[in-house]
Structure formats: C-alpha cells, structure tokens
Design a protein around this ligand. Structure first.
Ligand SMILES: Cc1cc2nc3c(=O)[nH]c(=O)nc-3n(C[C@H](O)[C@H](O)[C@H](O)COP(=O)(O)OP(=O)(O)OC[C@H]3O[C@@H](n4cnc5c(N)ncnc54)[C@H](O)[C@@H]3O)c2cc1C
Length: 478
C-alpha cells in the first residue's frame, strides 16, 4: 500500500441556490463547523446523496459504528439539491453494458439500478421524508424535425436479448394529444418514472442520519486526506479526524484528484424555472403534460413540480479545465440565456411567463455515462463514488448499498454489483490541455448544430462533421 495524500481545492460556496434548496433550508439554524480532534470508524467527505446514503446504509448494518459526515456547505447544496429530481435507472446504458458484461450481468446491473430507485420510495415512506417522491409519466422525445430518437440503440439491444425496457413507443396521435403544437415529433414513454424534490430528500436524509447518531458537520470543508499507519487522517480548516475508513463523496469537487482526473470530466448542467403557476397551467391545458428529456446531445430535461413550477435544464454547459469546479458552473448568464430560448421553444404556450430562477451545478461526466463505486489500490481504507454524468439521483441510492458493503468488507450482492460496474469501461479521457481544447471545439459545434436544428435552419457542414465526436468528449445521452 503506497498510501494517499490528497489536498482538496479550497471550497467556495456560490449562489444562486436552486429554489427548492432555498425552500428546504428556510428556518434551519446556521451550521456549526467541526473543530478539534476526533476519531471515528468511518469519515465520509461530502454531504450529498452519495455521502448520506452511504452513512445511512452503514448505520442500518452496524448500529455501533461511529460515522462522521463532513460537508463543506450545507447537505444537499451540491448537485444533490440542485437537480431536477428525476431518479432513473440504467436501461439507457444497455448497449454498453451488454458489450462489457454480456446479457446476464448487464441485466443484473440494470435490475440493481431499478431496485435502488425502489429503495428511495421505501426509505422516504418509512422515515416520513416529505420530498414529493412520486411516479409520473416521462417522455424521451425528439424535439427537432427529422432527427432520430436517441432511444433506438437501447430498444434494439433489448429486443436482441428478449427483454422489455420500461419505455414504450408513443403513437403520433398520443404525442399530439399530450403536446399540442409544441415541437414534439416522436417519443418513447415510461409510465412510472420517479420524480422527487431533491433538496427535500437531501435534508430529510440528513435529519434521519442525525436521529440515528451519525455526526453530520456542515460548513466543514476538508482540505487534506492522508494515509497514516493505523488511520486515515482527514483535516479540515479547524480540526482533524482520524478515521479507520474514509469515503470520498465530494462528487465534482474531487474530480481533479490524481486517481480520477482521466476518468471524469467536470462540466455544468444548468436549469431555469418559473415560479409556481398552477392556474396558468390549468387554464392552458398544461397540467398533465409529462416531463422528460429530448434526444439532443446537449439534452434538455424538464417537467412540472406538484406546486406547478415548470423547470427546464440542459446538460453540457461550462467546461472545467483539469477536472476543476469553476464559478461559471454555478451561474453562467450565457448558458441561461440559451436555456431560456430552449424553454420558449419547448413551451410555446408559456412564452409570456417570466423565468425568475436560473442556476447551474457541476456534474462529473464519466466516459461510460455511469458512475464507479470503488476502493483505492493506494489505500484500501479509502473508498469513492464518482462519475454520475448528470444521472445520480437514483444511482446514489445504489452507491449507498455498494459502498456500505465495501466499507464493511462484505462479499454480498452489492459488492458483486459494484464489481460488475467496475468492468464497464469505455476508454479514458485525453490528458489536459488536449481534453479541454477538444471538448470546447466539439461542444461549440454541437451547440451551433442543435440550435440551428431547433430553429429550423440548416446546420453548418463543419458543425455536422464535428458533432459526432461529442460522444467521446461530452456528456452521454440519458
Ligand atoms: C443542474 C443539475 C441537474 C441534474 N439533474 C439530475 C436529474 O434530474 N436526475 C439525476 O439523476 N441526476 C441529476 N443531476 C446529477 C445529480 O444531481 C448528481 O449526480 C448527484 O446529486 C450526485 O450526488 P453526490 O452526493 O455524489 O454529489 P453532490 O450532491 O455534489 O455532493 C458532493 C458534496 O460534497 C461537498 N464538498 C465539496 N468539496 C468538499 C470538501 N472539500 N469537503 C467537504 N465537502 C465537500 C459539496 O458541497 C457537496 O455537497 C443533476 C445535476 C445538476 C447539477
């Protein structure tokens, strides 16, 4: 064991917060940072879904374990509370899973991803977490004329091995009935997709963790993690924790560390939202319009909250050089302007409605579109979860199971699922500065091409030629 010595970049909390985070934090007392010295069995760095689920699944299995979660800001203020709350599974990854694992193991991983989403429903029901977890229709659509549906490879792969994905093709008349004159040209639909309020879930997980004796220290940024002979030392600005095991769950904020740098690329996902407008939606026949994603490479995702707040997001925004989180990933006016134009296009009935909310957040794009849950060879007491690629709401629940087994050294079902996931590979990213330069060029081409398609113009030939390279450099489709 060579040991680790990681120095984390200084953490800077930046506004704006997603509206659901603002709501979820309202009335909560200010956090008290950790200070002094402590020793614990397990120290978890990052209080998002990955960190909190891991802490909670550990507690379920070992009531005596001392567990500390260190969160630089407030639990759920990272990607976990900022997102659109769509908790998905890995059916969309079926072609790659088949290539890497074969049919039986590919389906074992997909079933595990479905079980992880079911786990969220069970947990929030059991612990009374009011996070609006619900089943809704979700459509994966084509929103530019003449473009193919991105679901084709998944559907063909499923047919090839005789399994049925949860999405069904939507006939043209049904698409028209749901979307009227809005530009929805074809689609597949999942009838029971999971949606929830992510910030309310994160705050609820924190509440349960505290109630179960897990120490959760907010406003406590870790600055260094280093191996010692009989512990792993976790240092913060005002304190030191000696841990028997450490879980790195800081998501995009740890993507620049040496073991992960070539495995993930950091870039923003951005969102805009209306205020709650239930009467407007009812009057304009939009209350029942399903949310979902489209088939663009820089895909849009969106929907309507139970309160009638309409939101739309888009992946593949601001790029981070060398796996770094930058200020523009939290708020990028140029990205938000483009996203507002997407909103006006996809919701023509709401063109007169203001979009007072706009924010972004960093996502960690792996080369496979799937995360890895693992243990570092340099120090087997250090575990990690990374690479959610903007699809972590469901997958972080699986992370909790897999990393709990890793920490406890269990060779169980979840260990096996984590090991299978470790065999899903799709190359590595090129080193910097080549990666940033290539991604910037290709991202520009994709953006221009997709805006031209959205606006009914012919895209430039160079942009059409460069766009397919995005599969190697930009976030994977859902
Ligand atoms: C705008 C947006 C929309 C998205 N939409 C969806 C969606 O609809 N569906 C979906 O499945 N996924 C979505 N995602 C992705 C999903 O939110 C993430 O994959 C998931 O939340 C990752 O959880 P996490 O706990 O690993 O990371 P995070 O929630 O980012 O948690 C990491 C935590 O580490 C903390 N941290 C950072 N540095 C330090 C440090 N030095 N010390 C201590 N703590 C530190 C951060 O403050 C943060 O709270 C979206 C992401 C974004 C940004």
């Amino acid at each position: 064991m060579s040991g680790v010595d990681f120095r984390l970049r200084p953490f800077v909390a930046r506004p704006p917060r997603a509206p659901w985070i603002v709501d979820a934090l309202a009335g909560e007392p200010p956090p008290v940072p950790f200070g002094g010295e402590a020793s614990v069995d397990v120290c978890i760095i990052g209080g998002g879904f990955s960190g909190l689920w891991t802490a909670l699944r550990l507690r379920e299995q070992d009531a005596a374990l001392s567990i500390a979660v260190l969160e630089a800001d407030r639990c759920g203020t990272g990607a976990s509370g900022r997102n659109s709350g769509a908790a998905g599974h890995w059916w969309t990854r079926l072609p790659l899973l088949l290539k890497c694992l074969g049919a039986e193991d590919a389906m074992a991983v997909i079933r595990a991803s479905e079980a992880a989403v079911a786990d969220i429903h069970d947990f929030v029901a059991q612990h009374g977490i009011a996070c609006e977890a619900r089943f809704e229709r979700s459509v994966w659509a084509v929103t530019a004329p003449g473009r193919p549906g991105a679901w084709g490879p998944m559907m063909r792969a499923a047919e090839g091995i005789g399994v049925t994905p949860p999405q069904r093709p939507v006939p043209a008349e049904e698409m028209r009935a749901m979307y009227g004159d809005a530009p929805y040209f074809a689609g597949v639909m999942e009838e029971r997709a999971t949606r929830l309020n992510p910030a309310a879930l994160a705050r609820g997980l924190r509440r349960v963790a505290l109630a179960q004796g897990i120490a959760v220290h907010e406003a406590t940024a870790v600055v260094r993690v280093s191996s010692a002979a009989d512990h792993v030392l976790v240092e913060t600005a005002g304190g030191r924790i000696r841990a028997q095991q450490v879980v790195l769950a800081a998501n995009a904020w740890m993507a620049n560390l040496a073991p992960f740098r070539d495995e993930v690329m950091v870039l923003s996902s951005d969102m805009v939202a209306t205020d709650p407008i239930p009467q407007v939606l009812a009057a304009r026949g939009l209350r029942g319009r399903p949310g979902g994603t489209n088939s663009r490479m820089m895909l849009n995702y969106g929907g309507v909250t139970p309160a009638g707040q309409v939101y739309l997001g888009r992946g593949a925004g601001v790029l981070g050089f060398g796996g770094r989180v930058t200020a523009g990933m939290h708020h990028a006016p140029a990205q938000l302007r483009q996203l507002q134009a997407d909103f006006r296009h996809l919701y023509p009935e709401l063109r007169d409605q203001p979009l007072p909310h706009g924010w972004g957040g960093p996502i960690d794009r792996s080369t496979t579109g799937m995360p890895q849950f693992g243990t570092l060879a340099a120090d087997p007491r250090v575990h990690y979860a990374l690479g959610y690629t903007g699809h972590g709401v469901g997958a972080t629940s699986l992370c909790g199971r897999v990393l709990a087994s890793a920490v406890l050294g269990r060779r169980d079902h979840w260990h096996n699922i984590g090991a299978l996931m470790g065999r899903v590979r799709n190359g590595r990213y090129p080193a910097e500065p080549l990666r940033y330069l290539a991604a910037s060029v290709v991202q520009g081409a994709v953006r221009r091409k997709e805006i031209a398609e959205r606006d009914g113009r012919k895209p430039g030939r160079l942009d059409v030629a460069l766009a397919p390279l995005a599969l190697a450099t930009l976030p994977a489709k859902p």
